[in-house]
Design a protein around this ligand. Structure first.
Ligand SMILES: C[S@@+](CC[C@H](N)C(=O)[O-])C[C@H]1O[C@@H](n2cnc3c(N)ncnc32)[C@H](O)[C@@H]1O
Length: 225
């Protein structure tokens, strides 16, 4: 199961009509998603944004397919409230703990009640892929080109909260699902404990730390809340 199928299933589960993707690159996911309104955010799109859509986006349209060539922080600050609410937000921008955590909070602020935040790159498989920066990943033994960063730490941080239900589907680099509501399982870690968490601890206890779930449980997880 891919992230694209999970986004599609999440949209279908909430009868979703409005979709936001943070970090779009070549549009492999964005172009494959069908929704009445789709909003793309990336400071460096790896494709040519159609002129008409560029003009509509800049003119303040709030439906159809819109593109914002900017960072997630700037998007949420300038356009988030105006374009809300979204049924599903896919967070797949800069793969650092701080940015991913901030992107999930930004996403929750524009999310429809009952909506879902989907987060990519939550379950790195090597220490190199889990390095906090791409430069550090490239210097780490075993680097094979994949860089998930320390998004996993943002997930662990979110799993301490009592008002969010957070799980990671064990597929396609780890696809996180965040919903408002009581958690199924909650981590009893201190904030310092999360800051100190490294790849070695993740490797020892990933199922518990991430709330890993098999793809076969996706339907059940999407039916909650
Ligand atoms: C892994 S790619 C996205 C892939 C895409 N979501 C998919 O599933 O096919 C990450 C993208 O995030 C973008 N990015 C980096 N920093 C960002 C930021 N601060 N805000 C939004 N996007 C960012 C990069 O330019 C890159 O295109």
């Amino acid at each position: 199961m891919t992230r694209i199928e999970i986004v599609r299933r999440a949209l279908a589960a909430v009868g979703g009509r409005r979709y936001l993707e943070i970090g779009v690159k070549d549009g492999a996911c964005f172009h494959a998603i069908e929704a009445e309104t789709k909003v793309a955010v990336d400071p460096r799109f790896a494709f040519r944004v159609p002129l008409r859509a560029r003009v509509r986006s800049a003119a303040g349209a709030n439906d159809g397919t819109l593109y914002f060539r900017t960072t997630s922080d700037a998007f949420f600050a300038r356009h988030g409230a105006r374009l809300a609410p979204f049924d599903v937000v896919f967070v797949d921008g800069l793969h650092t703990d701080e940015q991913a955590y901030r992107d999930v909070l930004g996403a929750l602020a524009v999310l429809q009640p009952g909506g879902r935040v989907v987060v990519h790159d939550c379950n790195p498989q090597t220490a190199a892929a889990a390095a906090p920066s791409l430069a550090e990943a490239a210097r780490t033994e075993g680097f094979a080109g994949d860089w998930n960063g320390d998004v996993y730490r943002a997930i662990v941080r979110l799993r301490r909260r009592t008002d969010l239900d957070v799980a990671v589907i064990d597929t396609d680099q780890g696809v996180g699902l965040v919903a408002r509501g009581a958690p199924r399982t909650r981590l009893e870690l201190t904030a310092d404990g999360v800051d100190r968490l490294g790849y070695a601890e993740l490797e020892r206890d990933r199922a518990h730390l991430l709330g890993l779930e098999p793809a076969s449980r996706l339907g059940e997880l999407l039916a909650r809340h």
